[in-house]
Design a protein around this ligand. Structure first.
Ligand code: NAD
Length: 381
């Protein structure tokens, strides 16, 4: 069976869905691998590197996809690439299934069996395939590195003969995978770190990393976590309580790292314009939620802007893509693990049992139909 690795088409997308390491292992399963020319360049992997690992380099998407039974990509392939995916091929990528209501039915219509890696259930068995975790972890790290670079003061306390440089105060909003890595990174760099989240379990996690927990603890927050491990969308009353606490907290901090997301919805706006106005000039807000609408009211997705009072707001869209080599290595391993977990050796093809929890979570379309419970016509309406 042939597996095609596509070159990403989005400007901000620097990652690639396979590496020479995973190509070798995929060939070990009995697959032949076709890589679209230039697919790895932005992650520092040349066509020659892929070739040396045993892949064939195809001059364009159509050539890579001709006869492919499996397609690996980071983002949902562009329309022009999708049109060349053979019927019944298995497409594995971050599908962005909620972004466009027409997308999932169109994939079914095209006869593409689609696996949305971002919809993987957060269960122990799926951890090694969990693209959201592997990428969010790197995004959290990168957010702090970029905040430090944009900050015109120091991170650690430095006592010098010329005087003392005070430590930076970093406040992390959302203590999921990205937020926890941001806390750990900022602590390692010597900042004084505090953090907030709505899920009750986050309090101990924040404290265990040596940061101070700040948060609204009420009846609603006790039930803020869904069975799937995600945060719920909070009520207006909760948001008001949170806003009061946030405005006093944010005014005391130099750097705010925003990572709060609610699965399948717009990110909550937590840092309002008056809160930005209350920060010192030269402070930095990094908004990892920019792509999902932003946690800061002044974020402009895809841009770095400066507020009227001199606060820098970094709203880049694709944070893992800003550390492309590490992100590609982990993402490619996630996809390879997914495929090997569901590999039928005898058939030399993937087998995705319908009753499996992981399969139920990720498979959107199969055999020309939309099969995912969250994308049935009644729900879509
Ligand atoms: P996420 O990216 O969906 O959200 C980031 C964080 O923002 C979450 O911690 C969330 O609680 C928080 N948040 C949402 N709304 C907020 C608000 N209004 N104010 C403040 N914070 C808000 O989350 P994630 O990083 O993907 O993690 C989600 C959960 O899944 C966590 O409980 C995590 O520990 C768990 N997880 C489990 C596994 C596993 O067992 N396989 C793997 C990864 C993550």
């Amino acid at each position: 069976m042939r597996l095609a690795v596509l070159k990403e088409r989005q400007d901000a997308e620097t990652r690639v869905a396979a590496t020479p390491e995973t190509v070798k292992k995929l060939i070990g399963l009995g697959l032949s691998i076709a890589v679209e020319a230039g697919a790895g360049l932005r992650a520092s992997i040349s066509d020659a590197d892929f070739q040396a690992a045993g892949a064939e380099i195809a001059p364009d998407a159509a050539a890579a996809l001709a006869g492919a039974g499996i397609v690996f990509a980071v983002q949902m392939p562009a329309a022009e690439q999708r049109a060349a995916i053979p019927r019944a091929a298995l497409l594995v990528c971050i599908a962005g299934a909620f972004t466009d209501p027409a997308l999932v039915p169109a994939l079914a219509e095209a006869g593409i069996d689609t696996v949305a890696m971002e919809m993987l259930p957060r269960i122990t068995r799926a951890q090694s395939m969990d693209v959201l975790s592997s990428q969010a972890n790197l995004a959290g790290y990168r957010a702090v590195i970029e905040a430090a670079a944009a900050f015109d003061r120091g991170f650690p306390m430095m006592m010098t003969a010329a005087g003392t440089v005070p430590p930076a105060r970093v406040f992390v909003i959302g203590a999921g995978v990205a937020g926890l890595q941001a806390i750990a990174t900022a602590r390692r760099m010597g900042a004084i770190v505090s953090a907030t989240d709505v899920r009750p379990a986050s309090k101990e996690e924040i404290k265990s990393l040596g940061a101070t927990y700040i948060g609204v603890e009420d009846e609603e927050s006790q039930a803020a976590q869904t069975a799937g491990g995600y945060a719920r969308e909070m009520s207006e009353a909760f948001r008001q309580k949170q806003a009061e606490l946030m405005s006093t907290t944010i005014a005391k901090n130099d750097i705010v790292i925003c990572t709060a997301l609610v699965m399948g919805r717009r990110a909550p706006v937590i840092v309002t314009s008056p809160m930005v106005a209350g920060m010192r000039a030269g402070s930095v807000i990094v908004d990892l939620a920019a792509e999902a609408g932003g946690n800061c009211a002044e974020t402009q997705a895809g841009q770095s802007v400066v507020s009227a009072n001199g606060v820098k707001i970094l709203g880049w869209r694709n944070w893992p893509g800003r550390i492309p080599v590490a992100a590609s290595n982990l993402y490619a391993r996630n996809l390879m693990t997914f495929l090997t977990t569901f590999w039928d050796k005898a058939a030399g093809a993937p087998k995705l049992p319908e009753a499996d929890d992981i399969v139920k979570g990720v498979v959107l379309t199969r055999g020309g139909a939309v099969v995912h419970s969250q994308f049935q016509p009644a729900q879509a309406a």
